[in-house]
Design a protein around this ligand. Structure first.
Ligand SMILES: C[S@@+](CC[C@H](N)C(=O)[O-])C[C@H]1O[C@@H](n2cnc3c(N)ncnc32)[C@H](O)[C@@H]1O
Length: 223
């Protein structure tokens, strides 16, 4: 008999949609100011569309970051892990062009004007350190950072960036936490553990696993 992933998932699993619904309630109950959503790993924009729709009323802006050319070449650490996650290889998850993704997101959302959506093209290792942080000044707090970029090296670049941006109450959604057969020695989970062990500014509290391979945390400033 063919074993199908869908039929093996526990029916009580929290979905990303349900988690986003709770985040909206959390932001409102905590009386947080409207703020922005960031996504690292946009592909064709479907998770950004879902976030905009579900977090409605709480968001000032959507920021998305992607190469729009698929996964980068792996680092030495990624190479050491590749047999545990063979589909995470260079060029996989290639999307439409940045312009087409922008058009598609705008066409699939209600009340999202073009000036509320910024998609940055390039590999994170180059695009994030040079990103102009001044654009956040009138956008409120970083409410949600959705990290969906598969690799250890990509996640390291994202966490370095988030360390200066996250605030108390920022939700960190790690889409790839349980990949690499759940081993803490590989992938996004390794990068996250290293960030938490070394950051002097940001800590994290576990909230819940969701969607099968994903895990949500709430970040806080340490001082
Ligand atoms: C699994 S897809 C994202 C799926 C998307 N969030 C969704 O739910 O529809 C992973 C994306 O991460 C991007 N990515 C991974 N590492 C990257 C890096 N270092 N720089 C830029 N983009 C990267 C890939 O180009 C790809 O589009």
């Amino acid at each position: 008999m063919e074993v199908r992933f869908g039929s093996t998932v526990n029916g009580n699993l929290l979905s990303r949609g349900e988690l986003l619904q709770f985040i909206r309630a959390f932001v409102r109950a905590s009386e947080m100011d409207p703020g922005y959503y960031m996504e690292f790993g946009v592909l064709n924009g479907s998770s950004m569309v879902e976030a905009w729709g579900t977090l409605r009323g709480t968001l000032t802006h959507l920021y998305g970051f992607d190469s729009f050319a698929g996964l980068p070449p792996g680092s030495i650490q990624d190479e050491l892990s590749k047999d545990l996650m063979p589909s995470f290889k260079q060029g996989n998850f290639r999307s439409m062009s940045r312009e087409r993704v922008q058009e598609s997101i705008l066409a699939s959302t209600f009340n999202l004007s073009p000036d509320m959506l910024s998609l940055s093209e390039g590999f994170f290792e180059e695009s994030l350190p040079s990103f102009d942080l001044e654009c956040f000044e009138d956008k409120g707090p970083c409410l949600v950072a959705h990290v969906d970029c598969d690799l250890y090296s990509s996640s390291v670049a994202v966490f370095n960036f988030l360390d200066g941006i996250a605030t108390t109450g920022t939700w960190l959604l790690l889409d790839d936490y349980w990949h690499y057969r759940g081993s803490p020695r590989h992938g996004q989970r390794r990068a996250f553990d290293e960030w938490m062990a070394t950051s002097s500014r940001i800590g994290a509290t576990e909230y819940a696993s969701y969607g099968g391979f994903c895990k949500a945390f709430i970040l806080h400033e340490k001082y």
